[in-house]
Design a protein around this ligand. Structure first.
Ligand SMILES: Nc1ncnc2c1ncn2[C@@H]1O[C@H](COP(=O)(O)OP(=O)(O)O)[C@@H](O)[C@H]1O
Ligand SMILES: [Mg+2]
Length: 285
């Protein structure tokens, strides 16, 4: 089993980031992953609201308390120990069959905390040091992000081993991919040598429309093997299951096209992560 910390990033909203972050932990459990941690780094807290009920999102401790604590304390051994305890305390356990998904939620306070932190680049190294210890207990960590290229994106990519970019097939979404890729180059240089770009996954695809077909071809021409072979189609079934806050595989049969696509996507993701790890081992650093 490949361990990873995966960020799901895009400069644009409505491309299915949160949806992928919601479905992925269940798809990973089905593949034998055990300890899975989900982190919501979007102040909008859409992902948190799928795992936790709305009132709880407001009242529970969230990632903001952790970030604020690290931002406001001197970096000492004691502080690191307390920060790690705090991370344990803010986790919400989401039971699924015989397993438990660990969730670190978000809420609107995160936008305030972010403003306080964003002029402090040292904070990224501190958080990285703390999370690299904390993540050791998990087989997979998945981080959902706000729809922008900003401090929280830099932070997430700095503490991740991998990232993917979901995109819908429209010009705005596709044009924004380069913004994230240039950010990736900077982060790789300054903050995180271990970060790999896994690829671009087309989402909310409508195969019947010519424009989607045309833009998918353009995407492959532009980004070649960095575009996933799999794709996620537009599906009312996924919207239905999301509105019930349920994993789609729990509501519909495995024969459904959208479930097959999610399975193919997950398998491809895991293969790509495995290959990127192999290449990394081969690299002379
Ligand atoms: N494959 C899909 N088919 C149909 N609707 C989808 C699909 N993926 C996401 N959606 C819907 O599109 C909207 C945006 O998705 P979301 O995952 O919240 O995007 P993001 O996090 O990138 O803003 C949501 O209302 C979600 O229910
Ligand atoms: Mg979202």
């Amino acid at each position: 089993m490949e361990k990873f910390v995966l960020s799901v990033a895009s400069h644009k909203g409505g491309v299915g980031k949160t949806t992928l972050c919601f479905e992925l932990p269940f798809l990973l459990l089905e593949r034998g992953y055990k300890n899975i941690l989900i982190i919501d780094l979007d102040p909008q807290a859409n992902l948190s609201e799928k795992f936790i009920d709305d009132e709880e999102v407001k009242s529970k401790l969230s990632v903001s308390e952790f970030l604020n604590y690290v931002n406001e304390h001197e970096f000492t051994k004691d502080m690191m120990i307390t920060a790690l305890q705090l991370l344990d305390e803010i986790i919400i356990k989401y039971p699924f069959k015989k397993d438990i998904i660990s969730v670190i939620g978000s809420n609107l306070t995160l936008s305030k905390v972010k403003l306080k932190m964003q002029n402090n680049t040292n904070i990224i190294f501190r958080i990285k040091e703390i999370t690299s210890i904390f993540f050791k207990d998990y087989d997979a960590v998945i981080i959902d992000l706000p729809p922008s290229v900003e401090f929280l994106t830099i932070l997430a990519l700095s503490i991740s081993t991998h990232f993917i970019i979901p995109t819908t097939l429209d010009r705005d979404s596709i044009q924004g991919i380069d913004d994230i890729l240039s950010l990736y180059n900077e982060i790789h240089r300054f903050y995180n040598k271990n970060l790999s770009f896994v690829g671009i996954i087309p989402t909310l695809v409508d195969n019947r429309t010519l424009i989607d077909k045309h833009l998918k071809t353009a995407l492959r021409e532009g980004y070649a093997n960095k575009v996933f072979q799999s794709q996620i189609s537009r599906s009312t079934k996924i919207r239905e299951s999301l509105s019930f806050k349920k994993y789609i595989g729990e509501m519909y049969s495995q024969n459904e096209k959208i479930i097959q696509e999610l399975n193919l996507f997950t398998d491809e993701l895991l293969t790509k992560i495995k290959n990127s790890n192999k290449n990394r081992v081969g690299q002379v650093s």
